[in-house]
Design a protein around this ligand. Structure first.
Ligand SMILES: [Zn+2]
Length: 287
């Protein structure tokens, strides 16, 4: 799957070889990664499931999609020692395996209290900002979705970023599940911190991600400016805006995703009183 050409050249995104699916690879002391075999235009090579050594057993971060082979791989790697399951947010490629993994291990599931997004996989322990699960601390980072949490291993500043920050691509901020204003605030939260290691739910690990975070925030500010500029010549429909602002998108899924991102930007500008939805899916500047 080609994924590089459509990306902004100004952001230092990372790539990596196709992983050995199902193999547990040591990333850092006490941290292993298993990539689920759900590659795609939104998921890169697949969902990264992390196994973190804790005092009471292994903590699994994002069990991944509903695939038996992936759950088997997690169970084999963990050797039956899973104490807790953490979910960054309720999207299917992260929580699809929760029910199966919980049934096989009895581990406690920690996540935000947004049950409809988790489907049948309701959580056992509702996360709040700052909550501790063994060595890990939950950081509320709404934006990609409203229920999103990152997890921090304090001591060595290892940040498991879920889908809030990906290293292979910018994240989707859809108007249905997410919020652009909150997303940008959550990015500013990571910029203000100084965590030296980033492990995302899709894509490779990144060291010293501060400049990367700033580039991601810049990208959003540029998109916002592009929206405002496009509206300077009069009201525009969503199709108009997508064609102008994302002229290189050709895949139907990425065009749809681009449209969602733009509606999220427009939502932020509406919240700020700079834009109004003049007719269904037609926006105009009011500032
Ligand atoms: Zn997601």
């Amino acid at each position: 799957m080609k994924h590089v050409a459509r990306k902004s050249r100004s952001i230092p995104f990372l790539t990596e070889e196709e992983p050995d699916y199902g193999a547990a690879r040591e990333m850092l002391p006490g941290v292993r990664r298993i990539v689920a075999q759900n590659p795609g235009v939104m998921t890169y090579h697949g969902t990264n499931t992390y196994l973190v050594e804790g005092d009471d057993g292994i903590i699994v971060i994002d069990p991944g999609p509903n695939r038996e082979d992936h759950v088997e791989a997690i169970l084999v790697a963990a050797g039956g020692r899973i104490s807790d399951i953490l979910v960054s947010h309720g999207h299917h490629d992260h929580v699809g395996a929760v029910d199966m993994l919980r049934a096989r291990t009895g581990a406690r599931v920690h996540g935000a209290d947004i049950a409809p997004m988790l489907g049948a996989a309701a959580v056992d322990a509702v996360l709040a900002d700052g909550a501790r699960i063994g060595l890990l601390r939950a950081l509320a980072t709404p934006g990609h979705t409203l229920d999103h949490f990152c997890f921090l291993r304090e001591g060595d500043g290892l940040l498991f970023s879920g889908d809030h920050v990906l290293t292979w691509s910018s994240t989707i901020v859809s108007p249905r599940h997410g919020d652009m204003l909150q997303y940008m605030r959550s990015l500013e939260l990571l910029i203000a911190r100084d965590d030296p290691l980033l492990l995302p739910a899709h894509g490779p690990m990144m060291q010293n991600p501060q400049d990367f975070y700033r580039a991601l925030l810049d990208l959003r500010l540029r998109r916002e400016n592009a929206v405002l500029q496009a509206l300077e010549t009069g009201p525009k429909s969503l199709d108009d805006l997508v064609r102008r602002i994302y002229p290189h998108q050709t895949h139907p899924m990425t065009i749809e995703a681009a449209g969602h991102n733009l509606v999220s930007h427009l939502g932020k500008l509406i919240q700020e009183g700079r834009v109004a939805e003049q007719a269904p899916k037609v926006w105009a500047r009011i500032d």
